[in-house]
Design a protein around this ligand. Structure first.
Ligand code: ZN
Ligand code: ZN
Ligand code: FE
Length: 747
């Protein structure tokens, strides 16, 4: 592991034991040569893993005897740069306790210096321009170390020994505060003070963080947060909030020990927490109607200085226009954020690689990944069998990530974003180039989604390499297998919004029997029409109409007593025509769309503002009503060669009836979740595969994941769901690689 103080540790350990030799970084890991008495050597090997630095991970330790070289002393040798497998890129780490203490110590020479760091903390991947991880290969290369900093850097006994971004007020980066047009108004501490004053005044400030700009605003002032929403064109999608400390988080949200330690970890991700009712810590506009809140703690010295002075929570949302990648420098910031931020606080340490905040939640005491980025990605998964010819995968359309595989390594990029924006497509290309160069991997083959219109498919085609298209839901299932390092047979239960099926229709409620190479679609949800196709994704009321049409056919138009779902009479006439003539009405087996339909039928959400809003509304309504639930009727019937058919119409008939009789929406939502879990069990029992995988975007829904998992386990199945990789399309690239490996190895 690089950048975690491992070499200094080895140096201290060896010299402490009176051993001679050297240590160095190489692209294969850390190499150590030690000479001494046999007993001391044995004790060194024994102690090495036991007293390692907190962030060091020893994946494997191999030792062998070599002839004695009679070396005097113990030295840290320069890193060995040879092309090969850099399995672990150094990841950005939140400010450590010792540095935070120094930051607020008036007697320290780095008192209030916003770029303080050490071998245990600070920027890594975000400043990395090459490998191995040495100062020359970071954006700190342009800053020459002053004498005191150089002394620390070269002293094996110092906690800044080989801290690559080591810096101080004399020799390191400097803050700047500027107007929205980019003119610099103040530098250093004066810049910080202006930013603090502006934030206190309710202004919106763009702040340069580790991997890009955030937009900050006082989270308590409704008017200020609404101003941010208007300028960012973001109506209801929740904002994340940075709190000064854990104590303040605990006044606003439920906070378990696991959640607290995740927030305070070196990865310092955004953690989704349950809000306390009636809490006024943040205003309504931060996360309208959401019972949860995305929370994080300060993770750079600059954040600590800001939040310490402010003493109140601030909205900290990605500095970008919706769907576009983060701004990473002042020029991009002025171009993109000029109309959003009132001013900016930046600095002259360049960001080499953009990286978003990671997002997780805790389920049954264990973290579940929603977005793998800063602190976690690039992710590394060890492969059991070596990949002989390097391979790449370009992921999906939304929540895009890319992946590489070479040797025994599967490497997954940080979150890139939604490829419907041109700037994100550029960012994807950048990420591919960066990763290939940092890992020194030249892909010889590429895998992508089967969907002909995904931008990621275009990216793959342009590479000019042997290409294979991977079915969307098979990739989901295999991403789950990859993270649990499963092989062989399993039943993949993959539920999501949309994915291109092998028959050209939209899949999304799939039961795939996975074997060593390939899959069989053994069951799926009954397909229903989506009037308007793509438009239905943003309009759950269209899914509701499609579902009603699947139940009653043309009769549904005569009997829209439940609700007309906000449609005007004219709109309804057009939709009726679409449905009866089957024009622009693709059929889908999507469980995500079924969630949409129920959310609209129960009046929770007819038109959504952001992806997943309707499903979240249904989940939250259900979570508040989980007691004495009943399972709705459903039928599983063998249909055709495409396997079993999960007919949900009896369930939906009853839901429509209950809505008409004013049953509590929460109860209906809860029963719906329970019924889906029982559908999974019923299919699994007919298929008879013991190992079950749960994947796809629907399983980001904590309630659905927990209910389904529980029901299957009770029925005696062995169930695997996601922790490390996201269940959503962020996991696709990893699954595409796993699917493509045997395909390519045959050719
Ligand atoms: Zn530190
Ligand atoms: Zn210095
Ligand atoms: Fe998907």
């Amino acid at each position: 592991m690089q950048g975690v103080g491992f070499r200094p540790y080895v140096h201290r350990l060896a010299t402490g034991m009176g051993l001679f030799g050297w240590v160095r970084n190489s692209s294969n890991g850390v190499e150590i040569e030690v000479e001494g008495e046999a007993a001391a050597l044995a004790s060194f090997i024994h102690t090495l893993p036991q007293q390692k630095p907190p962030h060091a991970i020893i994946a494997s330790l191999q030792t062998r005897l070599i002839p004695c070289h009679y070396i005097a002393g113990f030295v840290i040798r320069p890193s060995l740069a040879n092309p090969g497998n850099h399995r672990h890129l150094p990841l950005d780490l939140a400010t450590c306790h010792a540095c935070k203490q120094e930051l607020f110590d008036p007697d320290n020479r780095r008192y209030r210096y916003p770029f303080i760091n050490c071998t245990d903390c600070g920027p890594r991947y975000s400043i990395l321009t090459g490998m191995p991880y040495d100062r020359a290969n970071t954006t700190m290369a342009a800053f020459a170390l002053c004498d005191p900093c150089a002394a620390e850097y070269h002293d094996p006994g110092n906690r800044r020994f080989h801290a690559e971004p080591n810096a101080c007020p004399r020799c390191g980066p400097v803050l700047q505060y500027g107007n929205r047009d980019g003119t610099v108004v103040a530098t250093a501490d004066a810049a910080l003070q202006l930013a603090i004053t502006a934030l206190r005044d309710g202004k919106i400030i763009a702040v340069k963080g580790l991997g890009g700009f955030h937009l900050l605003v006082d989270a308590r002032i409704e008017e200020a947060v609404l101003r941010l929403r208007t300028r960012k064109h973001r109506r209801r999608k929740p904002f994340a909030v940075m709190f000064p400390d854990l104590a303040q988080v605990a006044t606003a949200c439920e906070l378990s020990a696991e959640e607290a330690s995740l927030l305070a970890s070196p990865q310092a991700p955004i953690v989704l927490l349950q809000r306390l009712k009636e809490n006024q810590a943040v205003c309504k506009a931060v996360a309208p109607d959401q019972p949860t809140l995305g929370v994080m703690l300060p993770y750079t010295p600059l954040h600590h200085l800001l939040l310490d002075a402010l003493g109140f929570p601030v909205v900290a949302t990605s500095g970008n226009l919706s769907d576009e990648p983060l701004c990473k420098d002042e020029t991009e910031m002025v171009a993109m954020l000029g109309q959003i931020a009132d001013a900016y606080l930046a600095h002259n340490r360049p960001i080499a690689n953009r990286i978003d905040d990671s997002v997780l939640f805790v389920s049954h005491g264990k973290p579940v990944m929603l977005r793998a980025s800063r602190g976690y990605a690039p992710l590394h998964i060890e492969l059991d069998e070596a990949v002989l010819r390097p391979l790449m995968a370009t992921g999906g359309q939304l929540k895009n990530t890319v992946a590489l595989a070479a040797g025994h390594s599967l490497l997954i990029s940080p979150h890139i974003g939604d490829l419907s924006a041109l700037a994100t497509v550029r960012a994807q290309r950048e990420t591919i180039e960066t990763l290939c160069s940092l890992y020194a991997i030249q892909p010889e083959r590429v895998a992508c989604d089967l969907h002909p219109d995904y931008q990621s498919t275009r990216t793959a085609e342009k590479l000019g390499l042997p290409l294979t298209g991977i079915q969307h839901h098979e990739a989901h299932a295999r991403s789950c297998m990859a993270e649990h390092r499963l092989r062989g047979k399993a039943l993949g239960i993959v539920w999501d919004g949309t994915g291109y099926g092998t028959d050209g229709t939209i899949w999304g409620g799939e039961f795939l029997q996975i074997n060593i190479r390939g899959f069989q679609r053994v069951a799926h949800f009954l397909p229903f029409p989506l009037p308007g196709g793509e438009r239905a994704i943003r309009e759950p009321r269209r899914a509701a109409l499609g579902v009603r049409y699947a139940i009653d056919g043309d009769d549904c138009f005569a009997d829209l007593h439940v609700s007309t779902n906000d449609f005007s009479t004219a709109e309804l006439a057009i939709l009726q025509q679409m449905l009866t003539n089957r024009t622009n009405c693709p059929m889908t087996s999507s469980v995500g769309r079924l969630f949409d339909a129920v959310a609209s039928l129960t009046g929770l959400c007819h038109v959504s503002d952001f992806e997943g809003e309707a499903a979240m509304a249904l989940q939250h309504a259900a979570a508040a009503a989980m007691a004495d639930n009943t399972v709705y009727p459903f039928v599983i019937s063998p249909l055709d060669e495409s396997g079993l058919n999960v007919d949900w119409r009896p369930m939906l008939r009853q839901i429509i009836d209950e809505v008409a009789h004013n049953h509590a929406v929460g109860r209906i939502a809860a029963n719906f979740h329970m019924t889906l879990a029982q559908m999974a069990v019923a299919v699994a029992q007919q298929i008879g595969e013991k190992v079950i995988l749960l994947s796809g975007g629907c399983f980001q829904n904590r309630l659905l994941q927990e209910q389904t998992c529980q029901a299957l386990k009770t029925a005696g199945f062995e169930v695997y769901h996601h922790h490390l990789l996201p269940a959503n399309d962020g996991g696709l690239a990893a699954g595409q690689i796993m699917t493509a490996i045997p395909i390519f190895q045959e050719t």
